[in-house]
Design a protein around this ligand. Structure first.
Ligand SMILES: [Zn+2]
Length: 345
């Protein structure tokens, strides 16, 4: 049985994530119609603007596919396209159909509700506000300040597009970068994707709220293609400029979830990214000896790692910076690298 699973899971999935019937309660968008005060203002839904050529018409498939854990080999979608079962073409076809039937209408409905909720002041549920309403005119939207990189642990970009197009998976990302360098945007950067999960960096415990998630199509056991990394660097440059994201804040899922995640894998070219200005890499020449009282765990903490489980924090650091050794021990060389990286923060 093929199982759709979250990226870079360290431990085998216990169950098919598609079996979930709804997002966790704390991740559901609140219903803005509740407790609305008629004196409060709301935004109306803006015109949808698209410069993209609409997808070519494809046959509408039975939407029951969204409720299945295992689409069957003999369903009409596969038959209509002559696509091999679970081939990229198979996933592309059902994803396109789901997008037209359910995903895009849902996207617009969710954004509309969020716009309404964000426009409501004062918040009727806030017991501390007891005066009449005065509004400011000096504001804009909160911006992402981190980029979290993932590998999909799936076999094609199309499979990932499908995974993020159905609600039962409760996972998403802003961008998916294919092996061939084709880059898909699935969510506006100002919206909160569900890619980081339970994670921590420094003192930040809600990484989804402050980051952009990028899924890189890779099964976790193979090198990343040059076309893919070139496209990724182009995307990172755009995001860095648009949101003023500091170089240090381009990090991996395994960095922020040391116990749970191991993506992107040891094959990920972090040095190439650092050379382009995204994330840090150590100075490969003239690595200085750390001082005698150097505390490696505190250095990891300064960089941002959650050191609650020290061995996992060390393994995440080594997956990122040493890459060819996954042991939870720091060699003398590893400590030199850590000392060098730590001083950049
Ligand atoms: Zn991930």
């Amino acid at each position: 049985m093929v199982v759709l699973y979250a990226c870079g899971t360290s431990q085998p999935a216990r169950r098919n994530v598609l079996s979930r019937t709804s997002p966790p309660a704390n991740q559901k968008p609140a219903n803005p119609d509740n407790n609305r005060n008629p004196n409060q203002t709301t935004f109306t839904k803006p015109e949808q603007i698209t410069t993209r050529k609409p997808p070519e018409e494809r046959p509408v498939v039975n939407t029951k596919v969204e409720r299945r854990e295992e689409p069957e080999t003999d369903n009409t979608t596969a038959a209509n396209t002559s696509a091999g079962y679970r081939s990229p073409a198979f996933y592309r076809n059902i994803t396109d159909s789901i997008q037209r039937v359910a995903a895009k209408p849902s996207y617009y409905k969710i954004t509309e509700n969020l716009f309404k909720e964000m426009a409501v002041v004062p918040n009727p549920k806030n017991p501390a506000v007891n005066s009449q309403w005065y509004t400011t005119v000096n504001f804009d939207a909160r911006k992402p300040n981190f980029v979290i990189l993932h590998h999909t642990a799936q076999t094609s970009a199309e499979q990932t597009l499908f995974t993020f197009s159905v609600s039962r998976t409760s996972v998403s990302a802003h961008f998916v970068v294919g092996r061939d360098g084709v880059t898909y945007q699935m969510l506006n950067e100002y919206m909160r994707a569900w890619h980081a999960g339970r994670s921590k960096w420094g003192s930040i415990t809600d990484m989804n709220s402050c980051s952009i998630g990028i899924e890189i199509d890779n099964n976790g056991t193979e090198p990343f293609s040059d076309a893919q990394i070139s496209s990724l660097i182009k995307l990172l440059g755009y995001l860095k400029d648009k949101f003023g994201i500091p170089q240090a804040n381009f990090i991996g899922h395994s960095d922020i979830a040391p116990v749970r995640k191991n993506d992107p894998s040891k094959y990920f070219p972090w040095k190439r990214l650092a050379d382009a200005g995204f994330g840090y890499w150590y100075d490969s020449t003239n690595l200085a000896e750390p001082p005698a009282d150097f505390n490696a765990l505190l250095a990891l903490r300064v960089i941002g790692y959650d050191i609650t489980t020290p061995a996992s924090a060390i393994q995440s650091f080594k997956l990122h910076f040493i890459q060819n050794d996954s042991s939870p021990m720091l060699t003398d060389y590893d400590k030199k690298v850590l000392y060098n990286v730590y001083r950049k923060y």
